[in-house]
Design a protein around this ligand. Structure first.
Ligand code: NDP
Length: 444
């Protein structure tokens, strides 16, 4: 049996009931096969076995009290996956679906994503099965303070630097940072996505969505095309979706549909993003309200239907496995030419196969959504240097990083004889640096 197959088989045996982790590991390891074949020394060094095993998994109790005085207990997670090229870095997700499998899949992806940015950051991820929906600000604060009361001892500006993800935005980052500072008595860049008044970076909020639009624009440009006049679907209506929509629109696209976890809106005249921001960012409301406010738009309960709308470009920006084989086939049938992932692993393995075999240009999340963590690393640089860069400076650096990521994965795919296969290109380009660092550091 080949090395990659052996490692995958063992991984599934040792980590049963972790389907998302198996899915991510299968995609990554399978596409790394050409590199592994070139480097027999990796097997002798047990490199892949170490690569798929987190350096540390922290699982803890998060007790908190709601507004009625009732005690709740949630699970808290931090997976410190790989620190070969820098301190662990990766977001915190608060969502009822969170479990160890999801955090491990996100952490594994994060290692390669962070390497792809070209910046010195290792891979980690964390979160909780806490559901922030419907909670008061005080309840959110109580939860965040309790979460940090355990997490603080495991993180640090040079050790592990969390950030936001689903359910963790500016409000949560503020409460988490406040509690860290209170316990440790130090004002350092220990979490990114901070507010501008206390060490945050300009453009961090927009970075993942903007970065997604920049890398998609580069893929379009490489084919003599652009966003101009294209019909685009952006799934989700959270942080990544809103700013992907904003930048795509500014580059000339018409975004015609978006969703939240209840249903989708279709606006043939193009989404009015100010209204979406008002509903989702200001009021924390439901997207359904858009159809009540904008004439000519339609709301449909159930998210999946969004993929039946004909479009040129699809930007899935909500969550894992939101595009399955059937949805992918529908998109292809209706003429989609580009799919770029704002979310982490939004396409199932079968959906990716459909895109690849149909000639769709497919940009995987670990490359396409790397703008968020890249800008987080820029926030870390500003914090440790006690500097504050202008929006223009940060935006220019972000754009430059996304363009480099595109060409690095494109070149890696070409070098290994898989021109246009960006899943393979991104995995290989990200892996090589991590593998070299791990080999240099001995068996650790
Ligand atoms: P947010 O919490 O801001 O937004 C998530 C959006 O997706 C919301 O509109 C939410 O709907 C929707 N959603 C969540 N779960 C589901 C579901 N099961 N079905 C349908 N819709 C769902 O999160 P982010 O925008 O920060 O993150 C979105 C994705 O991007 C995630 O995969 C995340 O890992 C990834 N990502 C985020 C980065 C960042 O910088 N924030 C960086 C890189 C990747 P509702 O409003 O109803 O909750």
């Amino acid at each position: 049996m080949k090395y990659v197959e052996k490692v995958l088989k063992n991984l599934k045996k040792q980590n049963p009931n972790e389907p998302e982790f198996h899915q991510a590991a299968t995609e990554i390891l399978t596409s790394l096969a050409p590199v592994i074949e070139k480097h027999p020394e990796y097997e002798a060094a047990g490199l892949l076995e170490r690569f798929v095993e987190p350096e540390r998994v922290i699982l803890f109790r998060v007790p908190w009290v709601d507004d009625k005085g009732k005690v709740h207990v949630n699970k808290g997670y931090r997976v410190q996956f790989n620190s070969a090229i820098g301190p662990y870095k990766g977001g915190l997700r608060f969502h009822p679906s969170v479990n160890l499998s999801i955090i491990k899949f996100l952490g594994l992806e994060q290692i390669l994503k962070n390497s792809l940015t070209g910046l010195p950051i290792g891979g980690g991820k964390g979160g909780s099965d806490f559901n922030p929906k419907g909670k008061s600000d005080r309840e959110i604060m109580a939860f965040c303070q309790s979460f940090m009361t355990e997490l603080y001892r495991h993180i640090g500006a040079d050790t592990d630097v969390p950030a936001g993800d689903i359910g963790v935005g500016a409000r949560e980052v503020g409460y988490l940072f406040g509690q860290y500072k209170r316990i440790c008595n130090e004002h350092v860049g220990v979490i990114t996505g901070r507010g501008l008044s206390y060490g945050g970076s300009l453009v961090r909020k927009q970075a993942t969505g903007y970065g997604l639009a920049y890398i998609t624009e580069e893929a379009l440009k490489a084919r003599g095309d652009s966003f101009k006049g294209k019909n685009v679907i952006v799934s989700g209506s959270g942080n990544v979706a809103i700013y992907a929509c904003e930048k795509a629109q500014s580059l000339g696209a018409k975004v015609i549909a978006m969703y939240d976890s209840n249903g989708y809106i279709y606006d043939p005249d193009g989404i009015d993003l100010d209204i979406i921001k008002d509903i989702k960012e200001v009021k924390r409301g439901r997207i359904k309200e858009y159809a009540q406010r904008v004439e000519g738009s339609v709301y449909t309960e159930d998210c999946k239907g969004i993929w039946s709308i004909p479009c040129d470009i699809a930007l899935p920006c909500a969550t894992q496995n939101e595009i399955d084989k059937v949805s992918a086939e529908l998109l292809v049938k209706n003429g989609v030419k580009y799919v770029a992932e704002g979310a982490n692993m939004p396409s199932t393995l079968e959906a990716v196969e459909v895109f690849k075999s149909s000639g769709v240009v497919f940009l995987p999340g670990k490359a396409a959504n790397a703008g968020g963590v890249a800008t987080s690393a820029l926030e870390m640089a500003q914090s440790s240097g006690r500097m504050f860069w202008s929006s223009e400076e940060v935006d220019a650096k972000l754009k430059d990083i996304m363009i480099k990521i595109y060409h690095n994965m494109d070149n890696a795919a070409k070098e290994y004889g898989y021109d246009g296969d960006y899943v393979l290109g991104a995995n290989i380009a990200g892996f090589i640096k991590v593998a070299e660092a791990m080999m240099s550091q001995g068996v650790v």
